[in-house]
Design a protein around this ligand. Structure first.
Ligand SMILES: [Zn+2]
Length: 159
């Protein structure tokens, strides 16, 4: 059964939104900040079962892509593309999967889930694989490498 109307109303309210509360922080329980743009926060997930697993989170509280004006939508996807290029540069993945869901966390965000040589390409994607937590020095090194790659990458839309 889907959420009750009251549950969904609470989940979708900006005032109670977990992502609005912590997406901008340098570190939180789930991830660490790689980069900030005018549109998005780019974060490395603490669960690194798929090395390079990251998220691009819209700064604004918007529940669904359908609500975004086209210019905002373009900027959001440009941030996703730039993040993918950076992840690929650092982690040399075989393929990056892009997942936009939000039925549990209805604040627009895209999961970037890299697939590597050791992954079975016939298996369904599961963002909950693992979890695999790196030692903090290795995690911090990954954040730093992604941040450096981000800083030296070109914004796709020339912003
Ligand atoms: Zn939010």
């Amino acid at each position: 059964m889907w959420w009750s109307d009251d549950e969904w109303e609470a989940l979708t309210a900006a005032e109670q939104c977990g992502m609005c509360a912590d997406a901008h922080l340098l570190t939180n329980e789930h991830s660490a900040l790689i980069a900030t743009t005018a549109t998005s926060y780019v974060r490395l997930a603490r669960n690194q079962h798929h090395a390079g697993y990251s998220l691009v989170i819209l700064r604004e509280h918007v529940v669904d892509m359908a609500e975004l004006p086209s210019d905002q939508l373009s900027k959001f996807w440009a941030d996703v593309q730039r993040a993918a290029r950076v992840i690929d540069e650092v982690f040399r993945s075989k393929k990056i999967d892009y997942l936009v869901m939000g039925h549990r966390m209805p604040h627009l965000h895209c999961h970037l889930l890299p697939q590597h040589a050791t992954d079975d390409p016939l298996r369904n994607v599961n963002i909950a694989d693992g979890p695999t937590r790196l030692p903090s020095d290795a995690f911090d090194a990954a954040v730093a490498a992604l941040h450096r790659a981000w800083e030296s990458s070109e914004p796709p839309l020339g912003r």
